[in-house]
Design a protein around this ligand. Structure first.
Ligand code: ZN
Length: 217
């Protein structure tokens, strides 16, 4: 009973509004169904020169106001349920492509450093990867670890970004020989981080690696 009253008061004080249309919604979703349907898949094609990735797929467009709002709120306000909304969008995107790949993938999120994860309370890429892996019945694996802290990539030039990420990951899982991997991140910028992760996984034996992200920043 106490919990019920407590929830009632929290709802009263902090109603959950849709991040798209700002309407309060009774299902307590951060994005109402109507606004979710407005999210569109990315129509641009990007050119990345990344040696260790076999393919990069970007689901949405960062310029899309609603998608942008979801990504930034998840990251900076640490509202975990938004990860599931973005993951649902990623699943719809991947559904059209999954038929091209009969193999079972191992899904690996880009890890955060331990201190960063403790600060935020969760890793947003992991929240997305968990939902995604469940949806497609792929195996989720969290054995890719970030062993070095990095400066914020946004502040660096492209060349410095490459140096900044060198050796930051370590694979702590079993040998990956013959395995197909999907690495998941929320946003890919130049791709140097995800490429470094792919390098680590290829050195651990991975056969093929696809990078999958919500948007390109
Ligand atoms: Zn809405």
């Amino acid at each position: 009973m106490f919990k019920l009253i407590q929830n009632f008061i929290i709802d009263l004080l902090f109603p959950i509004c849709c991040l798209g249309c700002q309407q309060e919604n009774k299902t307590k979703e951060y994005l109402c169904e109507k606004c979710f349907k407005k999210l569109v898949f990315c129509k641009r094609s990007y050119h990345f020169q990344l040696d260790f990735l076999d393919n990069i797929a970007i689901a949405g467009d960062y310029e899309d106001k609603i998608l942008n709002q979801l990504i930034t709120t998840l990251k900076f306000n640490a509202i975990k349920p938004i990860g599931n909304i973005l993951a649902k969008f990623l699943c719809l995107f991947w559904q059209g492509r999954a038929i091209l790949y009969p193999q079972k993938f191992i899904v690996i999120p880009i890890p955060l450093s331990e201190t960063r994860e403790r600060y935020r309370g969760f890793n947003q890429a992991e929240v997305i990867a968990l939902y995604f892996a469940n949806y497609f019945q792929y195996e989720l694996n969290l054995q890719l670890k970030k062993i070095k802290n990095t400066k914020a990539q946004a502040e660096l030039s492209e060349e410095k970004r490459l140096n900044n990420v060198k050796g930051i990951f370590q694979w702590k899982g079993e040998n990956l020989s013959g395995k197909s991997i999907i690495i998941i991140d929320d946003v890919i910028t130049t791709g140097s981080t995800i490429n470094e992760a792919a390098k680590t996984l290829k050195l651990a034996g991975a056969k093929s690696i696809i990078a999958l992200a919500i948007a390109k920043g």
